[in-house]
Design a protein around this ligand. Structure first.
Ligand code: ADP
Ligand code: MG
Length: 442
Protein backbone atom coordinates (compact mmCIF):
# COMPACT_ATOMS: atom_id res chain seq x y z
CA UNK A 1 0.00 0.00 0.00
CA UNK A 2 3.07 2.17 0.28
CA UNK A 3 3.00 2.61 -3.45
CA UNK A 4 -0.46 4.10 -3.29
CA UNK A 5 0.52 6.44 -0.45
CA UNK A 6 3.44 7.70 -2.49
CA UNK A 7 1.18 8.11 -5.48
CA UNK A 8 -1.25 10.16 -3.41
CA UNK A 9 1.54 12.43 -2.26
CA UNK A 10 2.49 13.19 -5.82
CA UNK A 11 -1.11 13.67 -6.95
CA UNK A 12 -1.73 16.06 -4.09
CA UNK A 13 0.95 18.27 -5.56
CA UNK A 14 -0.14 17.99 -9.18
CA UNK A 15 -3.93 17.97 -9.06
CA UNK A 16 -6.03 21.05 -8.26
CA UNK A 17 -6.87 21.06 -4.54
CA UNK A 18 -10.57 20.95 -5.27
CA UNK A 19 -10.19 17.92 -7.51
CA UNK A 20 -7.83 16.28 -5.09
CA UNK A 21 -10.27 16.59 -2.25
CA UNK A 22 -13.33 15.52 -4.17
CA UNK A 23 -12.03 12.94 -6.57
CA UNK A 24 -8.71 11.56 -5.41
CA UNK A 25 -9.04 11.56 -1.64
CA UNK A 26 -12.14 9.35 -1.57
CA UNK A 27 -10.24 6.62 -3.43
CA UNK A 28 -9.32 3.65 -1.34
CA UNK A 29 -6.58 1.40 -2.54
CA UNK A 30 -7.95 -2.09 -2.46
CA UNK A 31 -5.17 -4.29 -3.81
CA UNK A 32 -1.91 -3.89 -5.64
CA UNK A 33 -0.78 -6.83 -7.68
CA UNK A 34 2.88 -6.16 -8.36
CA UNK A 35 3.34 -9.24 -10.53
CA UNK A 36 0.16 -8.81 -12.54
CA UNK A 37 0.81 -5.04 -12.59
CA UNK A 38 -2.70 -4.22 -11.61
CA UNK A 39 -4.05 -1.89 -8.98
CA UNK A 40 -7.63 -2.07 -7.75
CA UNK A 41 -9.06 1.18 -6.45
CA UNK A 42 -12.29 1.33 -4.55
CA UNK A 43 -14.44 4.41 -5.12
CA UNK A 44 -17.81 5.53 -3.78
CA UNK A 45 -19.87 4.65 -6.82
CA UNK A 46 -19.87 3.99 -10.52
CA UNK A 47 -20.11 7.61 -11.59
CA UNK A 48 -17.09 8.47 -9.44
CA UNK A 49 -15.17 5.72 -11.21
CA UNK A 50 -16.26 6.95 -14.61
CA UNK A 51 -15.19 10.46 -13.77
CA UNK A 52 -11.76 9.28 -12.69
CA UNK A 53 -11.50 7.18 -15.79
CA UNK A 54 -12.23 10.19 -17.96
CA UNK A 55 -10.26 12.82 -16.14
CA UNK A 56 -7.48 11.49 -13.96
CA UNK A 57 -6.57 8.04 -15.15
CA UNK A 58 -3.61 9.40 -17.12
CA UNK A 59 -2.15 11.17 -14.14
CA UNK A 60 -2.66 8.19 -11.87
CA UNK A 61 -0.99 5.79 -14.28
CA UNK A 62 1.83 8.18 -14.99
CA UNK A 63 2.58 8.53 -11.31
CA UNK A 64 2.51 4.79 -10.77
CA UNK A 65 4.90 4.39 -13.64
CA UNK A 66 7.24 6.97 -12.21
CA UNK A 67 7.65 4.83 -9.09
CA UNK A 68 7.63 1.38 -10.62
CA UNK A 69 8.88 1.89 -14.17
CA UNK A 70 5.92 -0.21 -15.23
CA UNK A 71 2.54 0.38 -16.76
CA UNK A 72 -0.18 -0.56 -14.33
CA UNK A 73 -3.69 -1.49 -15.21
CA UNK A 74 -6.16 0.39 -13.02
CA UNK A 75 -9.44 -1.23 -12.11
CA UNK A 76 -12.24 0.36 -10.10
CA UNK A 77 -14.59 -1.27 -7.67
CA UNK A 78 -17.21 0.39 -5.54
CA UNK A 79 -17.44 0.62 -1.78
CA UNK A 80 -19.82 -2.05 -0.62
CA UNK A 81 -19.25 -4.08 -3.72
CA UNK A 82 -17.96 -6.94 -1.60
CA UNK A 83 -19.58 -9.12 0.94
CA UNK A 84 -16.35 -10.11 2.60
CA UNK A 85 -15.75 -7.99 5.67
CA UNK A 86 -12.03 -8.64 5.86
CA UNK A 87 -11.37 -7.49 2.37
CA UNK A 88 -13.44 -4.46 3.01
CA UNK A 89 -11.50 -3.52 6.09
CA UNK A 90 -8.23 -4.10 4.30
CA UNK A 91 -9.24 -1.98 1.35
CA UNK A 92 -10.33 0.92 3.46
CA UNK A 93 -7.48 3.22 4.21
CA UNK A 94 -7.62 5.84 6.90
CA UNK A 95 -8.09 8.70 4.48
CA UNK A 96 -11.56 7.66 3.43
CA UNK A 97 -14.24 10.24 4.10
CA UNK A 98 -16.26 7.74 6.05
CA UNK A 99 -17.23 9.26 9.35
CA UNK A 100 -16.66 7.42 12.59
CA UNK A 101 -19.62 5.35 13.58
CA UNK A 102 -21.37 5.10 10.23
CA UNK A 103 -21.52 1.61 8.79
CA UNK A 104 -18.60 1.31 6.42
CA UNK A 105 -20.61 0.50 3.33
CA UNK A 106 -22.67 3.65 3.38
CA UNK A 107 -21.67 6.50 1.12
CA UNK A 108 -21.22 9.60 3.18
CA UNK A 109 -23.14 12.03 1.04
CA UNK A 110 -26.14 9.78 0.48
CA UNK A 111 -28.13 11.30 3.33
CA UNK A 112 -31.64 12.65 3.71
CA UNK A 113 -30.19 16.15 4.10
CA UNK A 114 -28.72 15.89 0.61
CA UNK A 115 -31.84 14.51 -0.98
CA UNK A 116 -34.07 17.01 -2.76
CA UNK A 117 -37.68 15.99 -2.69
CA UNK A 118 -40.34 16.84 -5.21
CA UNK A 119 -43.66 15.47 -6.34
CA UNK A 120 -42.14 12.43 -8.04
CA UNK A 121 -40.07 11.14 -5.13
CA UNK A 122 -41.79 12.58 -2.10
CA UNK A 123 -43.74 9.50 -1.22
CA UNK A 124 -40.65 7.30 -1.34
CA UNK A 125 -38.69 9.77 0.74
CA UNK A 126 -41.40 10.11 3.37
CA UNK A 127 -41.69 6.35 3.61
CA UNK A 128 -37.92 6.03 3.90
CA UNK A 129 -37.85 8.58 6.72
CA UNK A 130 -40.65 6.82 8.54
CA UNK A 131 -38.79 3.54 8.31
CA UNK A 132 -35.59 5.14 9.55
CA UNK A 133 -37.46 6.62 12.53
CA UNK A 134 -39.23 3.39 13.43
CA UNK A 135 -37.29 0.50 11.96
CA UNK A 136 -39.06 -2.82 11.94
CA UNK A 137 -42.42 -1.51 13.07
CA UNK A 138 -44.05 0.63 10.41
CA UNK A 139 -43.59 -0.57 6.90
CA UNK A 140 -41.83 -3.87 6.68
CA UNK A 141 -40.50 -4.47 4.15
CA UNK A 142 -40.21 -1.16 2.39
CA UNK A 143 -39.85 -1.70 -1.33
CA UNK A 144 -38.62 1.26 -3.41
CA UNK A 145 -38.72 0.95 -7.17
CA UNK A 146 -37.93 3.14 -10.13
CA UNK A 147 -35.66 3.70 -13.11
CA UNK A 148 -31.93 4.12 -13.14
CA UNK A 149 -30.30 7.18 -11.58
CA UNK A 150 -33.36 8.37 -9.71
CA UNK A 151 -32.09 8.15 -6.14
CA UNK A 152 -32.99 4.64 -4.98
CA UNK A 153 -29.53 3.84 -3.70
CA UNK A 154 -29.30 7.32 -2.21
CA UNK A 155 -32.47 6.76 -0.16
CA UNK A 156 -31.35 3.32 0.91
CA UNK A 157 -28.10 4.67 2.29
CA UNK A 158 -29.94 7.61 3.85
CA UNK A 159 -32.04 5.17 5.85
CA UNK A 160 -28.88 3.48 7.06
CA UNK A 161 -27.28 6.75 8.13
CA UNK A 162 -30.41 7.93 9.91
CA UNK A 163 -30.89 4.67 11.78
CA UNK A 164 -27.33 4.74 13.08
CA UNK A 165 -27.55 8.42 13.99
CA UNK A 166 -30.58 7.71 16.16
CA UNK A 167 -29.21 4.54 17.61
CA UNK A 168 -25.47 4.04 17.26
CA UNK A 169 -25.82 0.48 18.47
CA UNK A 170 -28.09 -0.50 15.59
CA UNK A 171 -26.48 -2.93 13.20
CA UNK A 172 -27.18 -1.82 9.68
CA UNK A 173 -26.19 -4.07 6.85
CA UNK A 174 -26.14 -2.76 3.28
CA UNK A 175 -25.67 -5.13 0.35
CA UNK A 176 -26.43 -5.18 -3.30
CA UNK A 177 -28.24 -8.33 -4.28
CA UNK A 178 -25.21 -9.23 -6.39
CA UNK A 179 -23.07 -9.17 -3.27
CA UNK A 180 -25.65 -11.30 -1.58
CA UNK A 181 -25.54 -13.87 -4.36
CA UNK A 182 -21.73 -13.90 -4.41
CA UNK A 183 -21.61 -14.25 -0.65
CA UNK A 184 -23.97 -17.13 -0.79
CA UNK A 185 -22.01 -18.90 -3.50
CA UNK A 186 -18.80 -18.43 -1.53
CA UNK A 187 -20.45 -19.72 1.63
CA UNK A 188 -21.73 -22.82 -0.12
CA UNK A 189 -18.39 -23.50 -1.73
CA UNK A 190 -16.40 -23.11 1.47
CA UNK A 191 -18.98 -24.82 3.61
CA UNK A 192 -19.65 -21.74 5.70
CA UNK A 193 -23.41 -21.49 5.53
CA UNK A 194 -23.58 -21.17 9.27
CA UNK A 195 -21.50 -18.00 9.28
CA UNK A 196 -23.42 -16.69 6.29
CA UNK A 197 -26.76 -17.09 8.04
CA UNK A 198 -25.42 -15.61 11.24
CA UNK A 199 -24.22 -12.55 9.36
CA UNK A 200 -27.46 -11.91 7.52
CA UNK A 201 -29.92 -12.96 10.20
CA UNK A 202 -28.45 -12.66 13.70
CA UNK A 203 -25.83 -9.96 13.32
CA UNK A 204 -28.09 -7.53 11.57
CA UNK A 205 -30.94 -5.31 12.74
CA UNK A 206 -31.68 -3.45 9.52
CA UNK A 207 -31.02 -5.08 6.18
CA UNK A 208 -30.76 -2.86 3.12
CA UNK A 209 -30.75 -4.75 -0.17
CA UNK A 210 -30.04 -2.76 -3.31
CA UNK A 211 -31.23 -3.83 -6.77
CA UNK A 212 -33.05 -6.95 -5.66
CA UNK A 213 -33.91 -7.76 -9.30
CA UNK A 214 -30.53 -9.46 -9.71
CA UNK A 215 -31.52 -12.45 -7.64
CA UNK A 216 -34.20 -13.28 -10.21
CA UNK A 217 -33.50 -16.52 -12.01
CA UNK A 218 -31.12 -17.73 -9.28
CA UNK A 219 -33.01 -20.48 -7.48
CA UNK A 220 -30.73 -21.13 -4.58
CA UNK A 221 -30.35 -17.42 -3.83
CA UNK A 222 -34.08 -16.91 -3.91
CA UNK A 223 -34.68 -19.79 -1.60
CA UNK A 224 -32.10 -18.62 0.90
CA UNK A 225 -33.38 -15.08 0.65
CA UNK A 226 -36.92 -16.25 1.27
CA UNK A 227 -35.99 -17.97 4.52
CA UNK A 228 -33.81 -15.10 5.61
CA UNK A 229 -36.66 -12.72 4.93
CA UNK A 230 -39.02 -14.74 7.10
CA UNK A 231 -36.52 -14.89 9.95
CA UNK A 232 -35.80 -11.18 9.91
CA UNK A 233 -39.41 -10.23 9.48
CA UNK A 234 -40.70 -12.29 12.34
CA UNK A 235 -37.94 -10.85 14.54
CA UNK A 236 -39.25 -7.37 13.62
CA UNK A 237 -36.07 -6.46 11.91
CA UNK A 238 -36.43 -3.91 9.15
CA UNK A 239 -35.87 -4.89 5.55
CA UNK A 240 -35.65 -2.30 2.77
CA UNK A 241 -35.18 -3.22 -0.85
CA UNK A 242 -34.79 -1.32 -4.07
CA UNK A 243 -35.63 -2.59 -7.51
CA UNK A 244 -35.97 -1.37 -11.06
CA UNK A 245 -39.57 -2.54 -11.25
CA UNK A 246 -42.61 -3.68 -9.29
CA UNK A 247 -42.31 -7.00 -7.43
CA UNK A 248 -45.03 -8.63 -9.52
CA UNK A 249 -43.26 -7.74 -12.75
CA UNK A 250 -39.84 -9.16 -11.89
CA UNK A 251 -39.35 -12.03 -14.33
CA UNK A 252 -38.06 -15.36 -13.11
CA UNK A 253 -38.82 -14.76 -9.49
CA UNK A 254 -40.61 -17.28 -7.32
CA UNK A 255 -44.19 -16.35 -6.54
CA UNK A 256 -43.79 -16.88 -2.80
CA UNK A 257 -40.89 -14.44 -2.76
CA UNK A 258 -42.76 -11.91 -4.90
CA UNK A 259 -45.60 -12.02 -2.44
CA UNK A 260 -43.22 -11.37 0.49
CA UNK A 261 -41.84 -8.32 -1.27
CA UNK A 262 -45.36 -6.90 -1.35
CA UNK A 263 -46.09 -7.43 2.32
CA UNK A 264 -45.15 -3.97 3.41
CA UNK A 265 -45.14 -0.69 1.59
CA UNK A 266 -44.29 -0.16 -2.05
CA UNK A 267 -43.06 3.29 -3.09
CA UNK A 268 -42.05 4.39 -6.54
CA UNK A 269 -39.70 7.10 -7.75
CA UNK A 270 -40.18 8.77 -11.11
CA UNK A 271 -37.92 11.21 -12.95
CA UNK A 272 -37.99 14.64 -11.31
CA UNK A 273 -39.82 17.52 -12.96
CA UNK A 274 -38.24 20.77 -14.01
CA UNK A 275 -38.44 22.61 -10.68
CA UNK A 276 -36.95 19.69 -8.79
CA UNK A 277 -34.17 19.36 -11.32
CA UNK A 278 -33.29 23.00 -10.83
CA UNK A 279 -33.37 22.56 -7.06
CA UNK A 280 -31.12 19.49 -7.27
CA UNK A 281 -28.60 21.39 -9.39
CA UNK A 282 -28.57 24.35 -7.02
CA UNK A 283 -28.04 22.10 -4.05
CA UNK A 284 -25.23 20.13 -5.64
CA UNK A 285 -23.46 23.27 -6.78
CA UNK A 286 -23.70 24.69 -3.30
CA UNK A 287 -22.28 21.51 -1.81
CA UNK A 288 -19.43 21.78 -4.28
CA UNK A 289 -18.83 25.39 -3.29
CA UNK A 290 -19.74 26.68 -6.75
CA UNK A 291 -21.99 29.57 -7.59
CA UNK A 292 -24.67 28.47 -10.04
CA UNK A 293 -26.97 31.29 -11.18
CA UNK A 294 -30.63 30.48 -11.72
CA UNK A 295 -30.62 30.98 -15.46
CA UNK A 296 -27.64 28.63 -15.85
CA UNK A 297 -29.30 26.01 -13.65
CA UNK A 298 -32.48 26.31 -15.66
CA UNK A 299 -30.64 25.89 -18.90
CA UNK A 300 -29.08 22.64 -17.71
CA UNK A 301 -32.36 21.43 -16.24
CA UNK A 302 -34.20 22.16 -19.45
CA UNK A 303 -31.94 19.91 -21.47
CA UNK A 304 -31.04 17.10 -19.10
CA UNK A 305 -34.29 15.47 -18.19
CA UNK A 306 -33.92 11.74 -17.97
CA UNK A 307 -32.51 11.18 -14.52
CA UNK A 308 -30.56 12.71 -11.69
CA UNK A 309 -27.34 10.92 -12.47
CA UNK A 310 -27.16 12.56 -15.88
CA UNK A 311 -28.05 15.88 -14.31
CA UNK A 312 -25.14 15.53 -11.93
CA UNK A 313 -22.85 14.50 -14.74
CA UNK A 314 -23.74 17.61 -16.74
CA UNK A 315 -23.18 19.84 -13.73
CA UNK A 316 -19.84 18.21 -13.02
CA UNK A 317 -18.68 18.96 -16.53
CA UNK A 318 -19.72 22.58 -16.21
CA UNK A 319 -18.03 22.93 -12.84
CA UNK A 320 -14.84 21.32 -14.03
CA UNK A 321 -14.73 23.64 -16.98
CA UNK A 322 -15.36 26.69 -14.83
CA UNK A 323 -12.49 25.78 -12.53
CA UNK A 324 -10.19 24.95 -15.36
CA UNK A 325 -10.88 28.18 -17.18
CA UNK A 326 -11.09 30.11 -13.93
CA UNK A 327 -14.46 31.47 -14.89
CA UNK A 328 -17.73 31.94 -13.11
CA UNK A 329 -20.53 29.67 -14.24
CA UNK A 330 -22.97 31.46 -16.50
CA UNK A 331 -25.32 30.62 -19.34
CA UNK A 332 -22.55 31.05 -21.84
CA UNK A 333 -20.25 28.60 -20.11
CA UNK A 334 -23.07 26.07 -19.84
CA UNK A 335 -23.79 26.36 -23.54
CA UNK A 336 -20.15 25.97 -24.33
CA UNK A 337 -19.56 23.00 -22.05
CA UNK A 338 -22.73 21.13 -22.87
CA UNK A 339 -22.82 21.93 -26.56
CA UNK A 340 -23.25 18.23 -27.30
CA UNK A 341 -26.50 18.20 -25.32
CA UNK A 342 -27.72 21.73 -25.80
CA UNK A 343 -26.26 22.48 -29.20
CA UNK A 344 -28.46 23.77 -32.00
CA UNK A 345 -27.07 21.06 -34.21
CA UNK A 346 -24.00 23.11 -34.91
CA UNK A 347 -21.07 22.07 -32.80
CA UNK A 348 -18.22 24.48 -32.61
CA UNK A 349 -14.89 23.73 -31.05
CA UNK A 350 -13.98 26.16 -28.29
CA UNK A 351 -10.41 27.33 -27.64
CA UNK A 352 -10.52 25.90 -24.14
CA UNK A 353 -11.46 22.47 -25.42
CA UNK A 354 -8.42 22.63 -27.64
CA UNK A 355 -6.20 23.63 -24.76
CA UNK A 356 -7.58 20.83 -22.66
CA UNK A 357 -7.13 18.22 -25.37
CA UNK A 358 -3.57 19.31 -26.11
CA UNK A 359 -2.71 19.27 -22.42
CA UNK A 360 -4.12 15.77 -22.07
CA UNK A 361 -2.20 14.52 -25.08
CA UNK A 362 1.11 16.06 -24.04
CA UNK A 363 0.58 15.54 -20.33
CA UNK A 364 1.09 19.11 -19.26
CA UNK A 365 -1.00 21.23 -16.96
CA UNK A 366 -3.24 23.91 -18.40
CA UNK A 367 -1.65 26.41 -16.02
CA UNK A 368 1.76 25.53 -17.46
CA UNK A 369 0.55 25.88 -21.01
CA UNK A 370 -0.76 29.34 -20.28
CA UNK A 371 2.14 30.22 -18.01
CA UNK A 372 5.54 31.76 -18.65
CA UNK A 373 7.79 28.68 -18.77
CA UNK A 374 9.90 28.19 -21.87
CA UNK A 375 11.00 24.61 -21.42
CA UNK A 376 10.66 22.66 -24.64
CA UNK A 377 8.30 20.18 -22.96
CA UNK A 378 5.88 23.04 -22.59
CA UNK A 379 6.60 25.35 -25.51
CA UNK A 380 5.88 22.67 -28.10
CA UNK A 381 2.42 21.80 -26.76
CA UNK A 382 1.73 25.51 -26.26
CA UNK A 383 2.58 26.23 -29.88
CA UNK A 384 0.53 23.30 -31.08
CA UNK A 385 -2.44 24.53 -29.07
CA UNK A 386 -2.10 27.98 -30.64
CA UNK A 387 -1.90 26.38 -34.04
CA UNK A 388 -5.09 24.39 -33.52
CA UNK A 389 -6.97 27.36 -32.09
CA UNK A 390 -6.01 29.28 -35.19
CA UNK A 391 -7.16 26.48 -37.40
CA UNK A 392 -10.36 25.48 -35.69
CA UNK A 393 -11.80 28.71 -34.33
CA UNK A 394 -12.39 32.28 -35.42
CA UNK A 395 -10.05 33.76 -32.82
CA UNK A 396 -7.78 36.51 -34.13
CA UNK A 397 -4.01 36.43 -33.59
CA UNK A 398 -4.10 38.94 -30.71
CA UNK A 399 -6.99 37.03 -29.15
CA UNK A 400 -4.97 33.83 -29.36
CA UNK A 401 -2.04 35.58 -27.71
CA UNK A 402 -4.41 36.67 -24.97
CA UNK A 403 -5.65 33.11 -24.45
CA UNK A 404 -2.10 31.92 -23.79
CA UNK A 405 -1.07 34.15 -20.95
CA UNK A 406 -1.13 37.51 -22.74
CA UNK A 407 1.47 36.81 -25.42
CA UNK A 408 1.70 39.23 -28.30
CA UNK A 409 0.58 38.44 -31.81
CA UNK A 410 4.08 38.10 -33.28
CA UNK A 411 4.73 35.31 -30.77
CA UNK A 412 1.65 33.59 -32.13
CA UNK A 413 2.83 33.97 -35.72
CA UNK A 414 6.16 32.44 -34.79
CA UNK A 415 4.42 29.59 -33.05
CA UNK A 416 2.34 28.83 -36.14
CA UNK A 417 5.49 28.72 -38.28
CA UNK A 418 7.30 26.50 -35.79
CA UNK A 419 4.45 24.03 -35.77
CA UNK A 420 4.30 23.92 -39.56
CA UNK A 421 7.99 23.11 -39.60
CA UNK A 422 7.76 20.55 -36.83
CA UNK A 423 4.83 18.91 -38.47
CA UNK A 424 6.69 18.49 -41.70
CA UNK A 425 9.87 17.25 -40.07
CA UNK A 426 8.56 14.98 -37.38
CA UNK A 427 6.01 12.23 -38.03
CA UNK A 428 5.44 11.68 -34.33
CA UNK A 429 4.43 15.29 -33.81
CA UNK A 430 2.29 15.16 -36.91
CA UNK A 431 0.46 12.11 -35.60
CA UNK A 432 -0.13 13.67 -32.24
CA UNK A 433 -1.58 16.83 -33.76
CA UNK A 434 -3.78 14.68 -35.93
CA UNK A 435 -4.92 12.71 -32.91
CA UNK A 436 -5.95 15.83 -31.00
CA UNK A 437 -7.72 17.20 -34.02
CA UNK A 438 -9.66 13.97 -34.40
CA UNK A 439 -10.65 14.00 -30.74
CA UNK A 440 -11.93 17.53 -31.07
CA UNK A 441 -14.02 16.68 -34.07
CA UNK A 442 -15.68 13.70 -32.41
P1 ADP B 1 -30.41 4.77 -8.50
O1 ADP B 1 -29.93 3.91 -7.37
O2 ADP B 1 -31.90 4.98 -8.49
O3 ADP B 1 -29.93 4.31 -9.84
P2 ADP B 1 -28.77 6.76 -7.22
O4 ADP B 1 -29.33 6.71 -5.85
O5 ADP B 1 -27.46 6.09 -7.43
O6 ADP B 1 -29.82 6.23 -8.30
O7 ADP B 1 -28.69 8.29 -7.66
C1 ADP B 1 -27.87 8.73 -8.72
C2 ADP B 1 -27.24 10.03 -8.32
O8 ADP B 1 -28.22 11.05 -8.25
C3 ADP B 1 -26.59 10.00 -6.94
O9 ADP B 1 -25.42 10.76 -6.96
C4 ADP B 1 -27.63 10.65 -6.04
O10 ADP B 1 -27.02 11.30 -4.95
C5 ADP B 1 -28.28 11.63 -6.96
N1 ADP B 1 -29.71 11.87 -6.65
C6 ADP B 1 -30.75 11.12 -7.07
N2 ADP B 1 -31.90 11.65 -6.64
C7 ADP B 1 -31.59 12.75 -5.94
C8 ADP B 1 -32.36 13.75 -5.25
N3 ADP B 1 -33.71 13.68 -5.21
N4 ADP B 1 -31.70 14.74 -4.64
C9 ADP B 1 -30.36 14.81 -4.70
N5 ADP B 1 -29.58 13.92 -5.33
C10 ADP B 1 -30.18 12.89 -5.95
MG1 MG C 1 -28.77 2.22 -7.40
Amino acid sequence: MDLWKKTLDVLEGSVEPYDFKNWILPIQCDTIDQDGREIVLSVPDASHGEWLQENFIGEIKETLRSFTQHDYRVRFTYYGAYGDDDRQAAGRSTIAPVPQGAPPDLIHRYRFEEFVDGPTNQFAMTAARAVADHPGTRYNPLFIFGGVGLGKTHLLHAIGHAVVERNPAARVFYVTSETYVNDLIAAIRTDKMHAFRKRYRDDCDVLLVDDIQFIAGKDRSQEEFFHMFNTLHSAHKQIVMTCDQLPQSIPDMEDRLKSRLQWGLIADIKPPGFETRVAILKKKAEADGMDLPDDAAMLIARHVTRNVRELEGALMRVEANARMMRREIDVHLVEQTLSDIIGDGLRRVQPDQIVKAVCAEFKVQISELKGPRRHRNITVPRQIAMYLVRELTDESLPQIGGLFGGRDHSTVINALKRVEALRDANPDTRNRIEKVRRQLRE
